[in-house]
Design a protein around this ligand. Sequence first.
Ligand code: GDP
Ligand code: ZN
Length: 458
Amino acid sequence: MQHETIAAISTPVGEGAIAIVRLSGPEAVEIAAKLFDGKALTTVPSHTIHYGKLIDPITGEVAEEVMVSVMKAPKTFTREDVVEINCHGGLVSVNRVLELVLQEGARLAEPGEFTKRAFLNGRIDLSQAEAVMDLIRAKTDRAMNVALKQMDGRLSRLIQKLRQELLETVAHVEVNIDYPEYDDVEEMSHNMMIEKTQYVYKEIEKLLEMAKQGKILREGLATAIIGRPNVGKSSLMNALVHENKAIVTEIAGTTRDVIEEYVNVRGVPLKLVDTAGIRETEDIVERIGVERSRQVLKQSDLILLVLNYGEEISDEDRHLFEAVKGLDVIVIVNKTDLAQKIDLEEVQKLAGDRPVITTALIEEKGIDELELAIKDTFFAGEIDGGDLSYISNVRHIQLLKQALSSLQEAMNGIEMQMPMDIVQIDVTRTWELLGEIIGDTVHESLIDQLFSQFCLGK
Ligand code: GDP
Ligand code: ZN
């Protein structure tokens, strides 16, 4: 348990008619009671809400009209005493309330500290905590659902099941080491080891496959539109933005920074990235060479490569194809309203097994086909947020990959007839790595780092 009482504004600042200042810790109720003119908060039942006024004890002036909820440990988000002071949403009044509670002895919460306490007090596990963070950031409804599912503990339960399987094999090996004279035990544990490691390996692989889709749902697919000047890149961007509801448009920092346009194409959130050198790649290949433009383009999840139906394929086009080798690409042959000069057979050859869509953007033709191709590139069949991975964040994916490779080591060991106690080291390592996803074997520093990413007041 933490001994300090923390406080923060837990609603977005400057938005909405009501703002909440949240307190958590052993003195939460006492601090609020000292400021509150109304019922004696220290004696009210838990989980009740009370109308009254906040008085500045130093000046005796009425600071705010408020509603105060009192929630006693342990049935609270942090498992500590929690008080929420609802006040007017204006910046001045909410800051005034925060000031008062700090003046009475609360400490300003660090970003994510409420959620961190919930985790440290065993209220939620790490993957659930991260889901809270994702929830705050979720940009689409679907992503929101995925985040909710994770909070539900589905990922945790799945991971726990896999860990249990691994633990059983380790237990068997222990028996084997303790009673080496029993041949059949050795035989059994060997077979069991093969069976269980293969099973867990496949399950982790499945999770990783789903992670790709999870990431898409959560963050949007980083999409670059490339092509020679004048082929219709801007027209394509406009078509996608106008046809589909733009989810968010954010302009970060100065005008030289990245501009991202979020659109929802048949359930696939695209983040159309417009950076110097990514979207306006008119001459990027010429300018910095194939290898370097590859490096730039690799940062995209999807590339829309636009060609001109009314012109022959140029060397510049061919360079673009080279630069996107191995990446997810949809080829768009635009301006089919013009007389054909392009050799479609050559286009198909350059495209390989990637989809080629013809459009006349000026007549709004071919956009449906393009949208279907985008959907099919990332989702076979219907998209079902419910079945998609709950593993969407980078740390989970990293850990799963590490778990997979240490499990691979174990399987190699089995195949090479290595002694079981050696193989067991890799199995144990896999078990530990999976544990880190749900916070079972996490070190303090990692926890601090994670929780500092949260918004203040969460
Ligand atoms: P960008 O330079 O690749 O961004 O190309 P733009 O989107 O700015 O388009 C260049 C020109 O081609 C503009 O005048 C567009 O109106 C025109 N354009 C775009 N799509 C089509 C099309 O399907 N057919 C024809 N004929 N012109 C098009
Ligand atoms: Zn343009």
